[in-house]
Design a protein. Structure first.
Length: 441
């Protein structure tokens, strides 16, 4: 229907122009309790939900139950011989607000290990039915959805369980899902990139260390990287797309499998989790364009200018909330200084860090010219041999399960209601500006 498509585009262009004029002239006016501009611009900055497990501050960065990333690196339990925090410890902290003991973290590792052994075989059959060229995130989400058949909450709800007990079955589903998704994610990786060779779990390993092993990377450094990566990517308060989507879908009493899968579809977007893939792709393209693996500052600056002139963004720079260098970037930078200070890609990332912020600042309209978490992670993975950058968002997804599912347990324990904000049309807005409509007040 070419007529419909053409007519739609004409109407959209007309309304888009009207909206720009409305925001320019009336954006600072209050509509209810917020600025009119905010309801048009992604609800940016509107406080509209409670999210217990973490809080993001524009200047300080992420805090998990009040603890900064450096504090977590110091205080959380660690693997024997390791120096990076165990994700089990972070999950315990998000669930209880308390730093766990080494014994607590080990017990949680063992619990997840036992739950992982009960992986339904049909999950792998579902993944095997997909074309190999299917994007890893699509495969990952399908694997999660295949697990949904085992939802305890869904079964108990259909039997008519009392709502005061919802949290218990949400908890069991969440624990099972966290325990099993490393195997799902690893199966996707080995099927797509390693010819389908199988790797058996090692019961004595911690959750992140075992995930590294299942992926086929048994270097101690990579296991340490996974412990750090899974910790710093786990949560970023509730407003980001993956956390908010999981919260929203879960608020409808969809089980954790459905809610988490929905969140992962959001994480797969280029403006969210897929950005880590875009960063390393951009770096490779820059190296190829410049004809060198070790570009200098002037070469990087010229390529950055070309990227901006072409109407593109520099991936890995900027953040919706942060107004400083992302502490997660800094944590990864410190890891790299310790484990791979001479790596060419890592040093390119550092040179980009020196070059990009001043250029973005000179534009005069960039609120945050600093690097975010995605600006560094790919270089660390490449150092250990994981060059398959399309897969990087799956790693992000495995980690994000910890935060969003801990939050989902809290939502059901606190009996939070279904999320249902009010929406208006632009016709309502125009009528309101004329004093003819007060529908939202």
């Amino acid at each position: 229907m070419e007529k419909l498509k053409t007519l739609f585009k004409a109407k959209a262009d007309q309304l888009s122009a009207e909206i720009k004029d409305i925001i320019k002239e009336h954006g600072a006016k209050k509509i209810g309790e917020v600025n009119l501009s905010q309801i048009y611009q992604g609800m940016r900055g509107i406080t509209g939900m409670v999210y217990e497990t973490s809080l993001l501050d524009a200047q300080e960065g992420i805090r998990f139950r009040g603890y900064t990333i450096p504090e977590l690196q110091q205080k959380l339990p660690k693997a024997i011989g390791g120096t990076e925090p165990l994700p089990e410890g972070l999950f315990w902290l998000m669930m209880t607000g308390e730093i766990p003991s080494d014994a607590d973290a080990k017990t949680l590792s063992q619990d997840w290990s036992e739950r992982a052994k009960k992986m339904p075989t049909h999950v792998y059959k579902a993944l095997d039915s997909l074309p190999l060229e299917t994007h890893p995130m699509t495969q990952f989400v399908i694997g999660v959805m295949a697990l949904q058949n085992d939802s305890i909450f869904a079964k108990k709800y259909s039997e008519g369980v009392n709502k005061k007990d919802y949290w218990s079955f949400i908890y069991e589903d969440s624990m099972n899902l966290i325990a099993r998704i490393p195997a799902v994610a690893a199966y996707v990786y080995r099927r797509k990139y390693k010819g389908g060779t199988e790797v058996t779990a090692i019961d004595s390993l911690d959750w992140a260390g075992n995930f590294a092993h299942l992926l086929g990377f048994d270097q101690d450094g990579f296991k340490e990287l996974m412990r750090l990566y899974m910790t710093i990517h786990a949560d970023h308060e509730g407003g980001n797309v993956s956390a908010h989507t999981t919260h929203l879908v879960g608020s409808a009493l969809s089980d954790p499998y459905l809610a988490f899968a929905a969140g992962m579809n959001g994480l797969a977007g280029p403006l969210h989790g897929l950005a880590n893939q875009e960063v390393i792709k951009w770096i490779f393209e820059m190296q190829k364009s410049l004809g060198t693996e070790t570009p200098n500052g002037e070469q990087i600056a010229a390529y950055v200018q070309k990227t901006l002139t072409d109407g593109k963004v520099v991936p890995g720079y900027g953040h919706a909330v942060l107004r400083k260098t992302d502490p997660r970037f800094t944590a990864q930078q410190e890891f790299a200084k310790k484990h791979m200070p001479d790596d060419k890609v890592v040093n390119t990332v550092w040179k980009i860090f020196e070059t990009v912020p001043p250029i973005l600042q000179s534009l005069g309209k960039i609120k945050n010219p600093w690097p975010n978490v995605d600006a560094h992670s790919g270089a660390l993975l490449i150092h250990y041999g994981m060059k398959d950058y399309e897969y990087y968002t799956v790693l992000f997804g495995v980690s994000r399960a910890l935060g969003v599912l801990a939050s989902l347990c809290w939502c059901r324990a606190l009996n939070f209601p279904i999320e249902r904000p009010k929406s208006v049309t632009t016709e309502n807005v125009k009528a309101w500006l004329k004093g003819e409509d007060q529908v939202w007040e």
